[in-house]
Write a protein that binds this ligand. Structure first.
Ligand SMILES: Cc1cc2nc3c(=O)[nH]c(=O)nc-3n(C[C@H](O)[C@H](O)[C@H](O)COP(=O)(O)OP(=O)(O)OC[C@H]3O[C@@H](n4cnc5c(N)ncnc54)[C@H](O)[C@@H]3O)c2cc1C
Length: 510
């Protein structure tokens, strides 16, 4: 491989030390890490002011929100609208959590969540409210799919037409009633129960596709944790229902992005919320005592308020000490995990191929999906293989070349979300039985402690939309009615840049 610089054990080690799990083959990391060590009080406008720890001056809050991802900042804004004083505690040195606008090779990239869609009413409403400009990717020119003896190139329209035929029976068994109201996943709990125990692998087995057909589907079915056995059929079916019960809607959700990155939306919400934001403040424990909740950071600072909203990923709950202990459902969910494990997102500097393509690989391959979605952009790739070590440049190059033998990899940058201690996975994708056995209970407060996050949303759980919905719910804000959702999604579709959505490939939330 010809490299402009090598794949960098040095930067990989720095990342491991910082606990971020990110591997950057070229980015200067020292500046970032230096900033991460400081205790910083940040104004809503984003200006950081270094301050000594001063717990005494930080006690007059009505609510403490833990986690400055999309759910946390949305909750903070809703609370502000109710006249509440909010302290927002964030573990990292940045806002955004599992969304993370960064740069690579001088270009804007998203290391986490990237795409938004008019079919997603909560997040689209926020984008509209703050006039955040939206762009559409250009769509792909080539589609590369696995066959039984390698990979084959197709015209994308042709490839997706076949995938549509294969995927549609996956969800449609003549009965759509079990997700009659997709934003209320347990509205027909009686019917959902019949399906909730099935994994995606179970459904593949039921449908008895020919091996050469099934292999075209497993990049999707294994995307939720590395094996098609992990993900629940009901979660994918709910997304399918939210997308309008059709393949085009489902595939199209990876078309649009905020032009200036997801961070532009986060900043807009945060500016309105104007909480006291404290970065670099990982919370170690949450103790309820009579009428107050005490939140203690790892550094030993403590803050007290009558109410707390935990807007951290479900997978992270188990790492925080709660007194009294978390209810069983919350602990079970956190221990088993709802956020998809093992996922890494990579950005590859490929000299060849230079066109816009998408390539899918079968279950078990180190790279599930990769593609270049816009002219001149680096190639984005996703891996859910537990043994794939993105710090090892040789492994990365071998995985890429296995799919694209002529590829010329010049460099890459990656983030391992599973190794990231403040995420412990990517977005939500429930496992069998988690919807019917846990979902309702883990949305419930634990005394004076409430929970928020895209992982426990009713609608687009696993997407940014779900994070907004959940932040509104936890803060006691007004959720959208079915009529409002219908109205918003059709109006939003008209405002979105018009492109041929058949040329886009869903990576679902990931
Ligand atoms: C690789 C990847 C790709 C994705 N692609 C898409 C996509 O294209 N479209 C889409 O809609 N969604 C996508 N998602 C999902 C989406 O990003 C998430 O569902 C959403 O951002 C979750 O928001 P949240 O606020 O619930 O959680 P988070 O964003 O995780 O926010 C939680 C916050 O809590 C903080 N925290 C954690 N522990 C502590 C602690 N102990 N003390 C204090 N703070 C703490 C974290 O640092 C974080 O800032 C993707 C996610 C990933 C990772």
């Amino acid at each position: 491989m010809s490299t402009r610089n090598d794949h960098g054990a040095i930067s990989a080690n720095e990342d491991a030390a910082s606990g971020s799990g990110r591997t950057a083959s070229r980015l200067p990391r020292r500046t970032l890490l230096k900033a991460a060590g400081a205790t910083t009080l940040v104004t809503a406008a984003g200006a950081a002011v270094a301050r000594p720890a001063a717990a005494a001056e930080l006690k007059d809050f009505d609510v403490i929100v833990v986690g400055a991802g999309l759910a946390g900042v949305t909750a903070a804004r809703e609370l502000k609208a109710q006249g509440k004083r909010v302290l927002l505690l964030e573990a990292r040195n940045r806002i955004g959590g599992r969304t993370w606008t960064d740069t690579y090779l001088g270009q804007q990239i998203e290391r986490g969540g990237a795409w938004v869609d008019p079919l997603q009413p909560y997040v689209w409403r926020e984008l509209t409210r703050y006039k955040v400009p939206i762009v559409a990717d250009a769509g792909v020119e080539r589609s590369i799919l696995p066959t039984l003896d390698g990979f084959q190139e197709y015209d994308p329209a042709e490839a997706y037409a076949r995938q549509k035929e294969l995927f549609t029976p996956f969800f449609e068994d003549g009965n759509r009633e079990y997700f009659e109201r997709p934003y209320e996943p347990l509205y027909r709990e009686d019917l959902v129960r019949r399906h909730d125990g099935f994994s995606l692998r179970d459904r593949l087995d039921q449908l008895t596709y020919a091996p050469e057909e099934e292999i075209r589907l497993t990049s999707t079915t294994s995307l939720y944790g590395g094996s098609s056995k992990r993900g629940a059929l009901t979660h994918l079916t709910q997304w399918w229902a939210l997308a309008g019960w059709n393949f085009d809607g489902f595939h199209g959700v990876n078309t649009y992005r905020p032009k200036d990155g997801t961070v532009s939306l986060l900043k807009a919400i945060l500016t309105e919320a104007a909480p006291t934001l404290r970065l670099n403040s990982p919370v170690a424990s949450v103790e309820q005592d009579g009428s107050r909740v005490r939140v203690v950071t790892r550094a030993g600072e403590h803050f007290v308020a009558p109410e707390v909203i935990m807007a951290v990923p479900v997978n992270v709950w188990k790492t925080i000490r709660f007194t009294p202990a978390l209810p069983e459902a919350h602990l079970t969910a956190s221990t088993a995990g709802i956020g998809v494990p093992h996922e890494k997102k990579l950005w590859l500097d490929l000299k060849q191929p230079a066109d816009r393509f998408v390539a899918e690989a079968p279950e078990g391959h180190p790279i599930c999906i990769m593609g270049r979605f816009d002219v001149g952009q680096p190639v984005v790739a996703f891996s859910v293989k537990d043994t794939f070590d993105v710090r090892d440049g040789r492994q990365v190059e071998a995985a890429v070349k296995d799919i694209l033998p002529d590829a010329e990899l010049l460099g890459y940058t990656a983030h391992d979300w599973h190794a990231d201690e403040f995420a412990l996975g990517v977005g939500a994708f429930r496992q069998p039985f988690q919807l019917t056995r846990l979902h309702r209970d883990i949305q419930k407060p634990h005394g004076r402690v409430k929970f928020a996050g895209g992982d426990i949303a009713d609608g687009w759980s696993g997407y940014m939309d779900g994070a907004v919905e959940s932040g509104i719910r936890a803060a006691g804000g007004k959720l959208l009615t079915a009529t409002e959702i219908k109205h918003l999604t059709s109006a939003a579709a008209l405002r979105a840049p018009q492109v041929d959505r058949r040329l886009y490939r869903s990576m679902s939330a990931f």
